[in-house]
Design a protein around this ligand. Structure first.
Ligand SMILES: Cc1ncc(COP(=O)(O)O)c(C=O)c1O
Length: 419
C-alpha cells in the first residue's frame, strides 16, 4: 500500500506530522535516480549527464580486475555476508584484505568494515571513554561527530585548521585521555589537514590521533593516502612502521572503487575495537565477495597504470582550480595546502573543488542550470557545510577528459562570470 492510500482513520498523529514537516524547498534534500552508468557519464531521467558528483576518483568502480574478483568471489562465497564477524561471518577473504592493507599501508593491523561510517563509530566508541576529551576540526565529516557524541566523551571542536587554539586547549587539559579527530582531506573543501603538526601536538600532549582519510586514500601518497604524502610520511613513519599514536580510517567505496572501509592501527588498539566496537560486533560482515574485490582494488591502486591515472587526476585538479580561481570564482580553502607547503614538500591539489555560492537557493539554482547544460555538479548546503557557504562540489575523476573539464569550466564561467 502506498502512503497516499492510507484510509483517513489511519492518518498520522499530528505531533508526528509536525516532526516530519519537510524543510523549505531550498534546503530540501532530493535523491536522484541513476538509470545507467558509463564511466563518467550517467543517465538520469533519460538525459545523459557528465558526472562531477561522485567519488570514483580513479574510475575503478567499473574496473575489470574488480569485477572479475567480485564474480569469482560470488562463485566461491555466494552473495550475502551471512553473519557477523564474531559469529561465522569472518572469512579468509576478509583476512586477506586486512593483511594486504596493513602491510601496504605500514600499520600493524587492519580491520575491515562494511562502511567508513561504521568504522569511525567503532573506533571512537570503543577507545574513547566517558573520561576522555575529543578534539575535532569543525569541518570534520558528520560520522566523526556522530561517533564523538555517541562515545559520551567530552567533545571540543576547534575552528577549521586552527592548530594554535588546539595546542592551547591540549596544553590546558589535565584529563588523562585525549584524542584528536581529523579528516585528512576535508570532504566539502578538498583541502588537506596538517597531519605532521597534528601528530607533533599529539606527541607533545600525550594524545592519540584518529585520521579519516576517506578522500585521500587511493589519490594521495602513491595511492596509500594522505599519511604517505612526503610532507607527512617522514613524521608518521619515522621508525619504519606507523607511529602507534595514529589510527587511520580509509574507505574502499571511493577511489578504491569497491565497498567497505578499513581501520588501521597498532595491534592491541585494533584488538580493542574487535572486543568493544559495537558497530563492528553487532552487524553482519561485509559480504566476502566484496572483500575479494577489496583485495583486487588494493592491488590496482598499487599498480603503474593507476599511478598514471593518479598523476593525470592531480594535474587536472590543479588546472581546474587555477582556471576557476583566475576567473574569480571562490574555490574555498585551497590556500591552506599552499601555506602548508612552505618549508616542507608541497601538497597536491585534491580532486574535490568547491565553488562557494553562499545562499542555499543560489547553489540549488546553479546546480539546476548546470544540469540543463548536461553537467551533474551537486549543490551542498547546510548543515553539511557552514551556514552561508552553500556551494557546488565539483569532484573530478581520472576518467574526465580535457574536453569534459573544459565543458565544466566554460559552464561555470558562463554561470558566475557573465551575470
Ligand atoms: C570524510 C568521510 N569520512 C567518512 C565517510 C563515510 O564513509 P562510508 O561512505 O564508507 O560510510 C565519508 C563519506 O561517505 C567521508 O566523506
Amino acid at each position: 500500500m502506498q502512503v497516499t492510500d492510507l484510509p483517513p482513520q489511519a492518518s498520522l498523529p499530528d505531533w508526528l506530522r509536525a516532526v516530519i514537516k519537510p524543510p523549505a524547498a531550498a534546503s530540501r534534500r532530493r535523491r536522484v535516480t541513476v538509470e545507467a552508468v558509463d564511466g563518467v557519464n550517467v543517465r538520469v531521467d533519460g538525459d545523459t549527464l557528465l558526472n562531477f558528483a561522485g567519488n570514483d576518483y580513479l574510475g575503478l568502480a567499473g574496473d575489470r580486475a574488480l569485477r572479475d574478483a567480485a564474480t569469482a568471489g560470488i562463485e566461491r562465497w555466494g552473495v550475502g555476508g551471512a553473519a557477523s564477524h564474531l559469529l561465522s561471518g569472518h572469512t579468509r577473504a576478509h583476512e586477506a584484505a586486512e593483511a594486504h592493507a596493513a602491510a601496504w599501508l605500514g600499520f600493524e593491523r587492519a580491520l575491515l568494515f562494511s562502511s567508513g561510517y561504521l568504522a569511525n563509530l567503532a573506533a571512537v566508541t570503543a577507545l574513547a571513554g566517558r573520561g576522555a576529551t575529543l578534539y575535532a576540526d569543525r569541518l570534520n565529516h558528520a560520522c566523526l561527530n556522530d561517533a564523538a557524541r555517541l562515545s559520551g566523551a567530552r567533545l571540543r571542536r576547534y575552528q577549521h585548521g586552527d592548530l594554535d587554539t588546539l595546542e592551547q586547549w591540549l596544553a590546558a587539559d589535565t584529563s588523562p585521555q585525549k584524542w584528536v579527530l581529523t579528516d585528512a582531506v576535508f570532504s566539502m573543501d578538498g583541502d588537506i589537514a596538517r597531519l605532521d603538526r597534528l601528530l607533533d601536538l599529539c606527541r607533545r600532549h600525550d594524545a592519540m590521533l584518529l585520521v579519516d582519510d576517506a578522500h585521500g586514500f587511493g589519490v594521495l601518497g602513491d595511492g596509500r593516502g594522505s599519511l604517505h604524502e612526503p610532507a607527512f610520511a617522514r613524521h608518521v613513519f619515522a621508525s619504519g612502521g606507523a607511529d602507534p599514536r595514529v589510527i587511520l580510517m580509509v574507505t574502499l567505496g571511493k577511489a578504491a572503487g569497491a565497498a567497505g572501509a578499513l581501520l588501521l592501527g597498532a595491534g592491541p588498539v585494533i584488538e580493542a575495537v574487535v572486543q568493544r566496537g559495537r558497530s563492528y560486533i553487532y552487524t553482519t560482515a561485509l559480504p566476502p565477495l566484496l572483500a575479494e574485490a577489496a583485495v583486487a582494488a588494493l592491488g590496482r591502486l598499487a599498480d603503474a597504470e593507476c599511478a598514471d591515472r593518479r598523476h593525470r587526476l592531480l594535474a587536472k585538479a590543479s588546472e581546474v582550480r587555477q582556471s576557476l580561481g583566475r576567473a574569480g570564482l571562490a574555490c574555498g580553502l585551497a590556500g591552506a595546502a599552499a601555506e602548508h607547503a612552505s618549508g616542507s614538500p608541497a601538497l597536491p591539489a585534491t580532486p574535490i573543488v568547491p565553488v562557494i555560492v553562499g545562499p542555499d537557493a543560489g547553489a540549488v539554482e546553479a546546480m539546476a542550470a548546470l544540469r540543463r547544460a548536461g553537467l551533474w555538479v551537486p549543490a551542498i548546503r547546510p548543515p553539511t557545510v557552514p551556514a552561508g557557504t552553500a556551494r557546488l562540489r565539483v569532484s573530478l575523476s581520472a576518467g574526465h577528459s580535457e574536453q569534459d573539464t573544459d565543458r565544466l569550466i566554460t559552464a561555470l564561467k558562463e554561470l558566475f562570470c557573465n551575470g
